[in-house]
Design a binder for this molecule. Structure first.
Ligand SMILES: Nc1ncnc2c1ncn2[C@@H]1O[C@H](COP(=O)(O)OP(=O)(O)OP(=O)(O)O)[C@@H](O)[C@H]1O
Length: 359
């Protein structure tokens, strides 16, 4: 997949920007705050229909403007496609492919797979389980069109069940039969998601270790464990066993919405024991594994977004990363950096056709 052109209107700090890209490497160079990361975020929108920074869509409209538009021309190997995303201030977000709106936003995910490596990745280690669940979900939804649909249905059902539990508490009343209506969809959607998450995690663990060994030249053993309430019991049993607890708490306390990924190094939590450098190597290894897996499962090469990482990595890691990018033919790459000199150096070493955009 190649993004040939990008146009941003009123997107964050950009009033109007138009780019024509190289099919290989594209770099955005400029001082802090000029909006380099925002351009990567615009590219990420074309892929995932949302911001990678987790901002609400409305907050991405340029201050004092009424809408933003992101438009990309994407070559899928057969033809050029126009993806247009528009967020008006007073209406719902619109996403169109070749002038046709999607029935479901989730239908777009997977058309243009992407992987981003950014300084924000460290949140994956330090934050709560929610950010790791989101990462896992975004990874799988790019490879499986049903996954996101199942997840949305599951989340809706949990919300409805929670609302009923709260309603019962308010009215000092409880009707287990009424609540049970939600068991069937929770079990159906939740079990599918559980199985996909387990399968995907199992498949990337050996890749992560392999990339980690290359990047860090270390001897550490890396483990990624998928933790789920469904690992040792069925969803039906889980709901039954926690019925009383859910009634008291007035929310659904167990299920795949509580899943987590445990990152371990030599058998202990990475958050506690891994050095900053080891954590960075691990996160790059994780992202390259994501890249590898998406490519294998979809037969599409994801775009690779590298946000400000060459400034934050030492020389050895930069060299290893460049070597890996060269070896694995990672497709179209977008890089941001404050230094033109460093960018030119990196690009020279990757040895592919490039364009540098100065902001
Ligand atoms: N909705 C918005 N309207 C106007 N400006 C915005 C909006 N959202 C973000 N910005 C501005 O975008 C700028 C940050 O852009 P960005 O993070 O892309 O910069 P950068 O070039 O990547 O900087 P750095 O090198 O520090 O990472 C900030 O000045 C911020 O105020």
């Amino acid at each position: 997949m190649i993004i040939k052109k990008l146009s941003l209107i009123n997107f964050k700090n950009h009033h109007e920007r138009n780019f024509e890209f190289s099919a290989q490497i594209n770099c955005f160079v400029g001082n802090n705050g000029v909006g380099k990361t925002n351009i990567l975020d615009g590219l990420y929108y074309l892929s995932m229909a949302k911001s990678f920074l987790g901002n609400k869509d409305l907050n991405n409209i340029k201050t004092d403007e009424d809408f933003f538009t992101i438009e990309g021309i994407i070559d899928d190997g057969e033809k050029e496609n126009i993806i247009k995303i528009q967020q008006p201030k007073e209406a719902k977000k619109i996403i169109k492919k070749n002038d046709k709106s999607y029935d479901r936003m989730s239908d777009h995910i997977g058309f243009l797979p992407s992987v981003i490596i950014s300084p924000y990745d460290s949140n994956l280690i330090s934050d709560s389980g929610e950010s790791r669940r989101k990462f896992l979900d975004s990874m799988i939804s790019q490879t499986d069109s049903d996954y996101l649909f199942n997840l949305i249905q599951y989340q809706k059902t949990v919300q409805q069940r929670n609302a009923l539990l709260k309603d019962f508490a308010k009215n000092r009343y409880f009707d287990a039969d009424n609540l049970e209506i939600y068991n069937e969809p929770l079990i159906r959607f939740g079990t599918r998601i559980f199985e996909k998450r387990r399968e995907f995690t199992d498949s990337i663990v050996p890749l992560i270790q392999n990339y980690y060994d290359i990047i860090s030249k270390g001897k550490e053993k890396i483990t990624v464990i998928y933790e789920s309430d469904l690992s040792d019991q069925t969803f039906g049993t889980l709901l039954q066993q926690n019925l009383e607890k859910d009634r008291i708490l007035t929310y659904t306390s167990k299920g795949i919405h509580k899943d987590d990924l445990l990152f371990e190094m030599n058998g202990t939590s990475m958050k506690k024991t891994a050095s900053q450098g080891q954590q960075k190597s691990f996160l790059i290894a994780l992202k390259l594994s994501q890249m590898n897996r998406i490519k294998e499962l979809t037969a599409k090469t994801p775009i690779l977004l590298l946000d400000d990482i060459f400034d934050k990595l030492d020389d050895t890691r930069v060299s290893q990363l460049i070597e890996l990018v060269n070896q694995e033919h990672f497709g179209q790459i977008f890089i941001t950096d404050t230094s033109r000199e460093r960018t030119e150096n990196v690009v020279k070493r990757i040895n592919e056709e490039s364009k540098i955009f100065e902001l």
